[in-house]
Write a protein of this length. Sequence first.
Length: 252
Amino acid sequence: MSQSKQHLNHLILGKLLKEFRPKISRQLSKTIGITLFFLLFGVALFITGLPQGSVSLIIGLGCLIVSGVLAYGIIDILKDRLFVYEKGLVYQSSDKTRVINFSDIVALWQYSAKYYLYFVIPTARTNYEYTIETKDGKRTIMDEMIANEELGKYLNYELFKHLMPSLKFNYALGQEIVFGEITISKQGIKVQNDTLPWSDIKNIDISAGKLYIRKKNSGWLDKNWYVTKVSTIYNLYIFIEMTNTILNSAIP
């Protein structure tokens, strides 16, 4: 029975919706390239040193051993699997299996990077990375080898479903809602000890992997009240949804 068929259903998490397998990513391609280099270099030195039993033979053997270790690591990585169920995830790597219920997720960091040819021409490749933190404080990282845009849609949908109602309720009660280094409350948006009232915020924008909080009645040089990488903000799309709703409302 294949690994996929063994996971058609899960006693706690329900029906299997999607299976994600490792793909040839930039990181994996680099590892494969290094492996092939050691393999070919080792073979060449081994053949050169074999007739005379020279130092080339010893170095060649060393390169072949290194290439073998790297190849074993690549095979190990390609065995990783991520299973998405109705109620959660099962992430299998070479050394552990992690079961994550969607209702236990409290924070999601997400990062994506689009690659350009010669820094100008956009390519079709975009790498994604997701970090999940659960109620027990444990973090699980799904890097570019197994993460993609589709996985992000699953995670954000479930995050909205499980977290948004309670966060909205807590905000309505006057509590602070934390999104990493940014906190929102009835008073406005707070970063460290500085707070920008809602009435002074012009808009909140995301561009080129950064989040911009812009204030009203400011000049060109000081229009950005705060700028940070989106990867530093957890539950990013909940933050965007809540702040947009507040800014579009007559009363924060």
